[in-house]
Design a protein around this ligand. Structure first.
Ligand code: SAM
Length: 288
């Protein structure tokens, strides 16, 4: 084990010293295995000097893996005790990395464009062991907020990971999958044992990779309407879209709009790609 990363003993000692008992509410399961940390950083393809954003650094297990490869890291942490201690941990374990590390103490869901604009460079990669109960809302918020994010590697609850990476026709496919596909490609990059966490969680975890699309699928206004259609379609996923999309497209115009987009009005949400939802959005009548 390298002395530059946190192992089981160091994680527990640090938690004890800070008087931190991990809380379920904040999804605090800390990684205690340096091999897993290095695997995550390798799969993320983080480059020397690259601006990386990490959500929920906790005690710093993953953070130290990202700084170890020479990246510039901005960590977003909701827990004030953890946020306050993190710079000390980085300085103690990797003094050379202290200059290219900073922490923002906030709820990731409240992170603003102004906070990002104040960084030395806009983040191009996301690497995170996400708090499990809010992982999808956090991902959606970041994808919208940081258009320059080129790639990512996140650890999430297995069930959520399979949902994010799912394609049409599978039972896991839902609104998170369709919305995530707006931004780019998602894939399961690996599974991880529960034993690499302290405390050991009650659920399995997976690694999910993200690669941004080369060209955006559509404009911001098109994205907003497309997401409305996705929400409406999956809110009634067993119904045909000619019925499920009425609240958005209007009772009178729904069938004609769907047909104009070249989609069967009898289709169901789980059969549609994000491009199909976009095609419908593009044929929708302008709203007054
Ligand atoms: N990255 C660390 C690791 O791998 O050991 C900790 C990961 S732990 C699963 C999740 C972390 O996210 C915790 O440190 C928790 O305090 C933090 N967190 C929870 N909700 C958050 C939120 N809404 N915004 C930012 N951080 C959050």
């Amino acid at each position: 084990m390298s002395s530059a990363l946190l192992g089981p003993v160091e994680v527990r000692e640090l938690a004890e010293r800070l008087d931190v008992s991990p809380t379920k509410k904040l999804g605090q399961n800390f990684v205690i295995d340096p091999n897993t940390v290095r695997k995550i950083v390798r799969l993320a393809g983080v480059e020397r000097g690259e601006a990386v954003i990490e959500i929920g650094p906790g005690l710093g297990s993953l953070t130290l893996g990202i700084t170890e490869v020479g990246a510039d890291v901005t960590a977003i942490e909701i827990d004030s005790r953890l946020a306050a201690e993190l710079p000390n941990t980085i300085r103690a374990m990797q003094p050379e990395a202290a200059e290219r590390f900073r922490v923002i103490h906030t709820d990731a869901l409240d992170l603003t464009a102004a906070q990002l604009a104040a960084l030395p460079a806009p983040p191009t990669a996301l690497v995170a062991n996400l708090p499990y109960n809010v992982s999808v809302p956090i991902l959606m918020h970041l994808l919208e907020l940081i258009p320059g994010l080129k790639r990512g590697l996140v650890m999430v609850q297995a069930e959520v990971g399979y949902r994010i990476a799912a394609g049409p026709g599978s039972k896991e496919y839902g609104s998170p999958s369709a919305k995530a596909a707006w931004y780019g490609d998602w894939a399961i990059a690996g599974t991880v044992s529960r034993r690499i966490f302290w405390p050991v969680p009650g659920v399995d975890s997976v690694l999910v990779s993200y690669a941004k699309r080369d060209t955006p699928l559509g404009s911001e206004a098109e994205r907003e309407l497309t997401f409305e259609l996705v929400n409406a379609a999956f809110a009634q996923r067993r119904k045909m879209i000619r019925q499920a999309l009425q609240p958005v497209l209007g009772q009178q115009h729904t069938v004609a709009t769907i047909e104009a987009a070249g989609i069967a009005p009898t289709a169901r949400a789980e059969q549609l790609h994000i491009e199909d939802f976009l095609a419908i959005a593009r044929h929708a009548r302008p709203r007054s």
